[in-house]
Design a protein around this ligand. Sequence first.
Ligand code: THG
Length: 805
Amino acid sequence: MENNTRSKKEILDKINSGYLLLDGAMGTMLQKNGLKLGVPPESFNITHQEIIKKITTDYAKAGALVLTTNTFGANSHKLLKSGYSVKEIITSATQITREVANEYGAFVAQDIGPIGEMLKPVGSLSFEDAYEIIKEQVENTTADIIIIETMTDLNEMRAAVLAAKENTDLPIFCMMTFEQSEDKKAMRTFLGVSPSEMGIVLESLAVDAIGVNCSNAPTEVIEIIKTLKKVTNLPIIAKPNAGLPNINSNDYDLSPEDFAEDMGKLLDVGATIVGGCCGTTPLYIELLKKELDKRNFQKSPLKILPPTVCSSTKTVTINKVCIIGERLNPTGKKLLKEALRSGNTDYILKTAVAQEDAGADILDINVGLPDIDEKKVMITNINALEGVISCPLQIDSSSSEVIEFALRAYNGKAIVNSVNGEDKVLDSILPIVKKYGALVIGLTLNEKGIPPLAKDRFKIAEHILNKALSFGIKKENVIIDCLTLTVSAEQKAAAETVLAIKMVKEKLGLKTVLGVSNISFGLPNREAINSSFLTLALNAGLDLPIVNPNIKSITDSIMTYNILTCKDENCLDFISYSNKFTDKIDTSKNVLKDSTDTKTLLFNAVTKGLKDEAKAYCKELLETTDSMKIVNEILIPALDVVGEQFGNGTLFLPQLLLSAMAVEASFDIIKTTIKKSPSVKGKIILATVKGDIHDIGKNIVKILLENYGYTVIDLGKDVDYQVVLDAVSLHKPFLIGLSALMTTTACNMKTTVMLLKEKFPDCKIVVGGAVITKDYAEKIGADFYAKDAKNTVDIANSLILQNKI
Ligand code: THG
């Protein structure tokens, strides 16, 4: 076969100078062409090549200039039981698409969809596992473009991008799928990623085009395109569905005409690479082509992007003074040193949560100790921190190896703290900063030390900036530290630091950072000195003070500075900050009061997802408090708070799981101390449905039911339909509870309910889990929907009561 790979330059020129039309949905077309449920769509590349060729040809005839291979699920995980290898599927699919592309002058895009198994902490795959799976898909590619689409996990997207970048030279197009939060306020992916974080991280990784696919109808994704347009200069892709599927007709609710017209609205707000996802047949693409032909392409002017950092769920724009928390740094901290050496992650998490709660915008993390495996400890802690806090991180290490691994592991856009002006250091760290698209702090010192005068520190800043630019790092990603000296040793130095900040701001236009607390080493009453120095530095233009945010006077100064300089519009940040703390301040010490009430501490440990803490407080409480009181008055209400935040989109799946694990750990302690009440009430069967490996919710329900006197037969997780049926005929329970945590397995719950009702028409079924709603429960024919564990107990109790009457 002729294999005319097209040049990257040709494709990039094309997307920079005009619209590019993608094709429509392969999946729904295959269903129309006889693909049966349960058969992997990729098998058609071998068994029904003529169908694939026909669909691809129809899209080419409709005008699509990019033809996508039928390889959405062609990874070793999804193909495991298919009998086909990744290589044979991809080779065959690409060959078919290439034949059509050659005939119509189109490009071939190799399609990559989600692996089908979640990454940690929600699932079981590690980042490097995901990388290897995708590497296998791309390493021998003969396509012209790599398309990564329908992703919901930014980390899986990052793994895919790195696999594609490190193993091919092809242009990379990235799309994620968003859904509307329950309160309709924002679009986020299933794992809480908003378009802003997606845009910032993928812009940092320097992919070639980004956007949204699937999700919903064109008009529903307008806001996503607008947000992406704000955070990136990359070409924007829109590949939405033909509306919603119509349950009765197997069609989608937007006509090809309406689809094309609505796509025009996405072109209006800046999308330039367009196509269709579910439900878009060749006719949709043909009409979309007409819409494109009507328009004159206009290239958007390049915007200067504001400096931003982000975690996977929170973006921090450095357009006001932002607080960097200094406390995850072992210097001078005995307890933290011990925690790092002994692997006591909970202590570190607690320190992080306290800083975030106190108002930190970004957290610095430094784990450097002489006798420690710094790389391993850094990564363990980054992963743990990502689960419980949403602040972006600043990675502080003197080892370039640690920095590279940390940036690879970090699911966001981080700051690297720090490089200095020595060429040796700049040459080793800046390429890493560039590769992962991080921000970097440059210290104004070099092999000769810290220059005493501001003008000489300014020269080093200039040198660092020029070096960074020469490595392709964008100016807005360079931050300068004019360096704090200890005032007790160098009394005149403070004024030079302040002057240097002024010069860097005015002449280089760069953001500045400063370790404020260094000023007061060796003197009494340090807070007073820190506070004054902070004020001087802010006045000179300091953007990023590194401070202890738990000292209220310091955080107050920064928050009020933002008001007085009009950076906190309508004082909104200040008001929410102040409201949060009005009743928590210990005025005698002017610090945030650490609650000493064990009940509050346990409650907080659960809502923050701190497992070991929860366990310890639970143990302590059990000495004075009845176990059911702990469950009903602390653990369940804490889970309710977390559940509510999950529902309204302010907290995301990884945190939900951590909180559930904290409750599970508390239950383990409680179980050891109570005599179970004799099981008198009746039997209940519990199962997490087929395909779902998340059984934390179900385990909590089980323990609670047992504590209320029910006999629970626990069938475990990923339970096959037949196993549930057999157990029901054997045990004859009065209630069956089914749980599902993933959207992808909710349909297996439907099948389980259907089969149960078929065989045991009188059985009573209660369903629950993160993705299950009351509507869904009704729709699939369950008898009850339980919004949480306690609710399941209430349902069981009311059934027993009814049976008695
Ligand atoms: N510039 C940049 N990064 C930095 C610094 C800087 N990182 C480290 C440091 N300086 C900023 N961080 C700290 C952290 C702790 C303290 C001061 C600055 C500190 N620690 C107390 C001590 O050592 O006595 C302990 C206080 C406690 O227990 O909380 O003062 O300049 N780019």
